[in-house]
Design a protein around this ligand. Structure first.
Ligand code: GLU
Length: 281
């Protein structure tokens, strides 16, 4: 089997040690078997993207010796592919438009929680799930902003049990889409979503092994369901441990002090930074 892995940062800030562990795990898995390591900029959320970050990310990776194969791709150039995938899910009758604002959803959840036995009201409460088809068409034609959501009950009924194999954690049954709720497939503003874009790109780039931090384990349950719906191949997974600070708190982009740039400015050489990242592996 040809192993293909990818590192998929969002160009919204500088890379930190957590990213470096993710890149390193992906690159080593590919290199071990003479496979391919790809770089993908996940830049669909243009409200958060910072133009200078594409180059800064690539420079940091190169400085650390975490070089990739081929040209990096940008999700912002692939909106048509995501629209085509959404179209397919809609044709299968597994997506519906949702006109709710965040406030509508909060209010509905509040009502359900206040009611007896309301604790199962966890995710999207399904306000737009059963809207009349003619009404939704008219609202769309009138230009009313809407997202597209997965009809999770229908999707779960169509696909039997779905699982995924993780090289660290073994085989897990993906929790049904009904547990994840009617996830957003296409946001109002950008016409796609993280889950949809990742699934489409992992298939397009023939990623055989999806490696990423274990904070994204939940996403894998959703993404396996979308792969099944779209008829995409099942990748193998590797969810690695997260890099934590001295207090055990997961590193995040806002921890500028732990950015690769600041460590480099502090005089640390690439090998020391790679070791620091790998310490939590
Ligand atoms: N873009 C995501 C991040 O920066 C990674 C997504 C993935 O690996 O699936 O956390």
């Amino acid at each position: 089997m040809i192993v293909t892995t990818r590192f998929a940062p969002s160009p919204t800030g500088d890379l930190h040690l957590g990213h470096i562990l993710a890149a390193k795990v992906a690159r080593e898995l590919a290199r071990k078997s003479g496979g391919t390591f790809l770089l993908r900029h996940e830049d669909i959320d243009d409200t958060r993207v910072k133009e200078e970050c594409y180059t800064r990310i690539e420079q940091d990776l190169q400085w650390l010796g975490l070089t990739w194969d081929g040209e990096p791709i940008r999700q912002s150039n692939r909106l048509e592919a995501y629209a085509a995938a959404l179209h397919r899910i809609r044709e299968l009758g597994l997506a519906y438009p949702c006109f709710c604002t965040r406030k509508d959803i909060q209010a509905e959840i509040g009502k359900i929680l206040a009611a007896p036995h309301g604790s199962e009201a966890l995710l999207y409460p399904g306000l737009c799930r059963d809207l009349d088809g003619l009404e939704t068409k008219a609202r769309i034609a009138a230009g009313e902003p809407h997202t597209w959501r997965l009809n999770s009950a229908k999707a779960a009924a169509l696909h039997g049990e779905i699982s995924f194999h993780d090289l660290r954690h073994g085989t897990t049954t993906a929790v049904s889409t009904m547990v994840n709720g009617d996830v957003v497939l296409a946001r109002k503003d950008i016409g796609t979503s993280y889950h949809l874009a990742v699934v489409v790109d992992d298939a397009f780039q023939k990623v055989s092994h999806v490696t990423r931090g274990e904070d994204l384990l939940g996403a894998t349950h959703v993404q396996r369901q979308l792969q099944a719906i779209l008829g995409f191949p099942e990748p193998t997974y590797l969810h690695h441990a997260l890099v934590r600070d001295e207090n055990g708190i997961r590193l995040a982009k806002r921890d500028a002090a732990k950015s690769i740039r600041s460590l480099r400015q502090g005089g640390l050489p690439p090998a020391a930074i790679l070791d620091m990242a790998a310490a939590s592996e």
